[in-house]
Ligand binder design. Structure first.
Ligand code: CA
Ligand code: CA
Length: 294
């Protein structure tokens, strides 16, 4: 597992990482303005036959007891699914989501089997790891070779993955999962084709900001099997955590590099990992659960 952990550390470091998080201001479903949801479109018989043709389109569907309401044109997306609630406001606002699984169609890991491996859906294979900049005096739990879930989990479940630590002064620390890495002596960060999905969702809680990044072949260092020669800057976005569990939706379309490294195009067909990283000089304590694709 040390190979994996070292590889993760190298990838997450990517050389100098002088920039603070590029603040993630929400998962923009589209790039429109910030007009409010057009209430007049919702469940109201319009006396004006032309009223609905104002640029916004509202779609309301009911699915298994849940309700999905989507307004385009820069409006608000509200999704209720199986007791969960997803509220996304674009236009540079926030993503706040709570609920039980949300729109996840393919679970990467819910930790309920209590081990450090992901759920082997769709050919995925991999083990959770911790990584950090190895600063003298830095401490992180769990140890890199003993990454197992802790209790309790989100949504009343038994397990989630928690990490705590402090004292990392170079570029920080985090946790991650490779999506196609057999591990052990044969460890190899191979690509996973996630192009059939729109993004990932995750339950998370903790203090401060966490950058969720998804290295691809183009942003994985050559030494780890990728094609990035130097200053590897994986695509991702920052989520703002709070003590209570929240669900976050991270559309692939909104992921971007931080900007300090070698430019690369996002390629969902060659995703290598999902990583959750805090910046340097942060006393961190955060947990993740119910990570999946949607
Ligand atoms: Ca597992
Ligand atoms: Ca769980």
């Amino acid at each position: 597992m040390s190979l994996t952990a070292l590889a993760a550390a190298g990838c997450a470091g990517g050389g100098d990482d002088p920039n603070a998080f590029a603040t993630f201001n929400g998962s923009s479903i589209d790039g429109g303005g910030n007009d409010e949801a057009d209430e007049s479109d919702m469940g109201e018989e319009s006396s004006d036959s032309g009223a609905e043709d104002n640029g916004d389109t509202t779609t309301t569907t009911t699915d298994g007891g849940g309700t999905t309401t989507t307004t385009d044109g820069g409006g608000t997306t509200t999704t209720t699914d199986g007791g969960g609630t997803t509220t996304t406001t674009d236009g540079g606002e926030t993503t706040t989501t709570t609920g039980g699984g949300g729109m996840i169609t393919d679970m990467i890991d819910d930790f309920e089997d209590g081990d450090g491996a992901l759920i082997p859906n769709d050919g995925r294979q991999g083990y959770w790891y911790t990584f950090n900049d190895a600063s003298v005096g830095g401490v992180q739990t769990p140890p890199e070779n003993m990454v197992v879930p802790a209790q309790p989990g989100a949504n009343g479940s038994n397990y989630a993955l928690q990490t705590t630590g402090s004292g990392f002064t170079a570029w920080g620390a985090g946790i991650g999962i490779d999506l196609n890495n057999i591990g052990g002596m044969m460890a190899s960060k191979d690509p996973y084709n996630a192009s059939g999905y729109s993004g990932i969702m995750v339950m998370a809680r903790g203090n401060g900001q966490v950058r969720v990044s998804m290295p691809t072949v183009a942003t994985l260092p050559v030494a780890e099997g990728g094609s990035c020669a130097a200053d590897c800057d994986p695509h991702g976005m920052v989520i703002n955590l709070s003590p209570g569990w929240q669900q976050f939706a991270l559309p692939f379309a909104s992921m971007s590099q931080e900007g300090w490294g070698t430019p690369a195009s996002w390629d969902a067909s060659t995703v290598v990992s999902v990583q959750f990283k805090v910046n340097q000089n942060v006393d961190f304590d955060f947990s993740v659960d119910d990570l999946g694709f949607y």
